[in-house]
Design a protein around this ligand. Structure first.
Ligand SMILES: NC(=O)c1ccc[n+]([C@@H]2O[C@H](COP(=O)([O-])OP(=O)(O)OC[C@H]3O[C@@H](n4cnc5c(N)ncnc54)[C@H](O)[C@@H]3O)[C@@H](O)[C@H]2O)c1
Length: 386
């Protein structure tokens, strides 16, 4: 992030905001090329941030009127390097042509409301996160697979980029419990795409155990990922989104979505650390929603039911079926199948939650322009809100 002596303006996020006309802004990627190639040279940033952004908005406006499109590259006076613009990351990197805005009908916009959006998914390398990434790539999003498991994230990104024939997934290592790590991740996002439109805080862990026996270490581990991690991610994601909003003049809504759980809506026997963190996340969602509405950031939670096919449950060594069988959590259960049937029988719709169910909830939240601070159950009727 660059700027004047005393103000650090995330230039990519502001340029991206300047390209918002109420619909998805352009991807803005930082390039280390010679700035002589620039199609538009913005004035130097000053310590009067609002005045700087006003000048930049005006320069963009003049450019678009004159050229009937957005510049392919932008330089900023006094700064080295270029910013490439495009509808896709690959187009932004190509730096060749003026970017002509696409006209779309309201119906088409509704149908394609996720197309072109930049989405960060923590814990994106496996489980729900992987399913969310796969589905959003199909919807036309550019995704960051943000995970502690760097190899898993890279492997998934390579597969998706190869299959789609363009850059649709970018792996990034992050530990959501570590402030420096999350801050670096958001700086990387800013350098690569300018900003993000949807931040999905999905990384989560679970250690089940009786309150009489659970170690403080295990309790704190669960809390640090599932609760504190959401605070840290929102802190750095919302800062960048607010800069984009400043330049977009409030014409564009962004989303922070926490993947909480049905255990965030009702207690979970011998699973207090997890349920406490998931309940707490909903408290953070409501509080952050109140504060960030002025930056046009919606903050909501999705509360899925049990994802019985996912690795958290089905891992043959450390999965919850094994853990719950060994902990005697299901009375009379002798096999993993007994444990599974027990959990399926609790759901009025008779099955576990799938990633498709969660993705539908995410699409609803992003498309919905009049909800914030909500926690949406996706539980087949197992949890009903009062
Ligand atoms: N699986 C379920 O039944 C279920 C139900 C309701 C809600 N959820 C929630 O959905 C989310 C995803 O669950 P899942 O079942 O897909 O989990 P999972 O264990 O399959 O995957 C979690 C991912 O998070 C990553 N991760 C863990 N700690 C991290 C950290 N500190 N920083 C960055 N990444 C980290 C892991 O590497 C992994 O890729 C979690 O928040 C979970 O609580 C799961």
């Amino acid at each position: 992030m660059n700027g004047s002596d005393n103000v650090r303006i995330p230039i990519g996020a502001c340029i991206r905001g300047c390209t918002s006309n109420g619909h998805t802004p352009l991807i803005v990627t930082f390039l280390s090329n010679d700035s002589k190639n620039a199609h538009l040279r913005l004035s130097a940033p000053t310590s009067d941030v609002d005045a700087t952004i006003l000048r930049w908005q005006d320069q963009f406006y003049q450019f678009v009127i004159t050229h009937h499109g957005y510049p392919a590259t932008v330089a900023v006076e006094g700064q080295s390097g270029l910013y490439g613009l495009g509808f896709s990351l690959d187009e932004a990197k190509s730096t060749e042509h003026i970017v002509i805005p696409k006209e779309a009908s309201e119906q088409q916009r509704l149908r394609e409301s996720l197309k072109g959006k930049v989405v960060v998914v923590t814990g994106g390398a496996q489980g729900f996160g992987e399913g969310i990434i796969r589905a959003l790539v199909e919807e036309g999003c550019i995704t960051f697979i943000a995970d502690l498991n760097e190899d898993g994230a890279r492997h998934l990104a390579d597969e998706l980029n190869g299959r789609m024939g363009q850059t649709v997934a970018i792996p990034v290592r992050v530990d959501v419990t570590n402030e420096d790590s999350v801050e670096h991740m958001m700086e990387f996002v800013a350098q690569t795409t300018g900003c993000c439109d949807v931040f999905i805080s999905n990384a989560g862990v679970l250690k089940a155990g009786s309150v009489k026996e659970l170690s403080l270490k295990d309790f704190q581990f669960v809390t640090s990922v599932d609760y504190t991690g959401f605070f840290i991610c929102t802190k750095f994601a919302s800062r960048l989104m607010a800069w984009q909003d400043k330049a977009a003049k409030g014409t564009y809504l962004t989303d922070i979505i926490a993947i909480s759980s049905k255990s965030g809506l009702e207690g979970s026997n011998r699973n207090g650390a997890y349920a406490g963190a998931k309940f707490g996340t909903i408290g953070l969602v409501q509080s952050f929603a109140l504060e960030l509405v002025k930056d046009h950031i919606k903050v909501n939670a999705v509360c899925p039911g049990n994802f019985l096919e996912g690795p958290l449950w089905s891992d043959p060594v450390k999965g919850l079926f094994v853990q719950y069988l060994e902990a005697g959590k299901v009375p009379g259960a002798k096999t993993i199948e007994d444990v599974r049937r027990f959990y399926e029988s609790k759901v009025p719709m008779g099955r576990g939650c799938t990633t498709t169910d969660v993705v539908r909830a995410i699409c609803y939240i992003v498309e919905q322009k009049y909800e914030t601070g909500q926690s949406l159950p996706v539980t087949g009727g197992q949890i009903m809100l009062h």
